[in-house]
Design a protein around this ligand. Structure first.
Ligand code: NAD
Ligand code: UFG
Length: 340
């Protein structure tokens, strides 16, 4: 049985990936400092899978603690989710983002190198494409013209990992560029639990539906799109999690550095998403149109051919299921993991 170390295993995407890993026969070891999650998540993962997993409360920047985890466990491969992800916060606190996301990855790679663990799957983002090229985004397109410090950390880590591989071809590294993960596990036991007012569309819509927020502001109604609102490639988080199983299989077989988009290749506008949510849940979503949000790109969606051809990955769930499961999670856990 392969031992997979998952950094950020209690986070939104990490927790769903732990479930899929365990269900696929992997032994999972989570490392999380719970800066944007809660230890209760681990119990929920155990409840869904009916299996045990190891978890450590540890900041990946703490080399000594991380080394202890590597010496106490025989790690075969690492999936690296741990990082900060708020675009707005990264503009206010760039050094925090560079420290956590870039320095954190450096420490992780140093420890991996020391313990001769050279198989890594990294959570990157469609944000690395910036607005240089037109969608659909293909992995070979130029990257780096990013619009905020968060995006810059993803770009820099991608480049750094390419250099790590160039220096030592014994590494096998897979960079996954996620589009817009939404939804939740169908059990309603794990899901997205943003602290404070959500930055992202789906959790915002869910909180309007449950009455925590009064109305959604649609950021901009004059984009060059059919209904004037921005288009994104939303992917169900369970599909995304399953993409990681495919990525692990590839990473274990190959040496090299491989990059894959994980999306559906289908874009939905903000208004289409609101309509889909209303249809899937029977809830009315009040909204008003406001100014565009700085840095937003009109249309973002993936070309998913490479992930399909090389990984055999194709997303299964449609927008209806994404909305249904996001609502199921929200309505079962109105205050998230922490009960008020
Ligand atoms: P999340 O915040 O829910 O999960 C990240 C987890 O990492 C949290 O549990 C947090 O406590 C932990 N963490 C953060 N810094 C840490 C550190 N220094 N040491 C140990 N643990 C630490 O975010 P998510 O949505 O699950 O995203 C996971 C990864 O995917 C992130 O790297 C994010 O940038 C990337 N990503 C997310 C999206 C998205 O829309 N959610 C899109 C593209 C890429
Ligand atoms: N939106 C609104 N109102 C809101 C929130 C969002 O209209 O209250 C709109 C945005 O303008 C955008 C769309 O809904 O058009 C989706 O916005 P999200 O914030 O949910 O997602 P983004 O595409 O802006 O950002 C996501 C990730 C980022 C990542 C980026 C690019 O959250 O981490 O994709 O990959 F950097």
């Amino acid at each position: 049985m392969l031992n997979v170390l998952v950094t950020g295993g209690a986070g939104y995407i990490g927790s769903h990936t732990c479930v899929e890993l365990i269900n696929n026969g992997y032994n999972v070891i989570s490392v999380d400092n719970y800066s944007n999650s809660a230890p209760q998540v681990i119990d929920r993962i155990k409840k869904i899978t009916g299996k045990d997993m190891k978890s450590y409360c540890c900041d990946i920047r703490n080399k000594k603690d991380l080394e202890k985890i590597f010496s106490d466990n025989k790690i075969d491969v690492v999936i690296h989710f741990a990082g900060l992800k708020s675009v707005g916060e990264s503009c206010k606190k760039p050094l925090l983002y560079f420290d956590n996301n870039i320095f954190g990855t450096i420490v992780l790679c140093e420890v991996m190198q020391k313990f001769n663990v050279k198989k890594l799957v990294f959570s990157s983002s469609a944000t690395v494409y910036g607005d240089e090229s037109l969608p659909p985004y293909v992995e070979s397109m130029p990257t780096g013209k990013v619009t905020n410090p968060y995006g810059r950390t993803k770009y820099i880590v991608e480049e750094m990992l390419k250099d790590v591989f160039s220096s030592d071809n014994g590494w096998s590294i897979t960079l996954l560029r996620y589009f817009n993960p939404v939804g939740a596990h169908e059990s309603g036991l794990i899901g997205e639990d943003p602290k404070g007012i959500p930055n992202n569309l789906m959790p915002y819509v869910s909180q309007v539906a449950i009455g925590k927020l009064s109305k959604l502001t649609v950021f901009g109604g004059n984009y060059n799109t059919p209904d004037g609102t921005c288009i994104r490639d939303y992917i169900h988080v369970v599909d995304l999690a399953r993409g990681h199983i495919k990525a692990i299989e590839k990473t274990m077989q190959n040496q090299g550095i491989n990059i894959y988009n994980l999306g559906t290749s289908r874009g939905y506008s903000v208004l289409e998403l609101i309509k889909a949510f209303e249809k899937a849940t029977g809830k009315r979503i009040s909204y008003e149109t406001g100014s565009p949000r700085e840095g937003d790109i009109a249309v973002v969606y993936a070309n998913t051919d490479k992930a399909f051809c090389e990984l055999g990955f194709k997303a299964q769930f449609d927008i209806n299921k994404m909305c249904e499961d996001a609502w199921h999670w929200q309505s079962k856990n109105p205050t998230g993991y922490v009960i008020n």
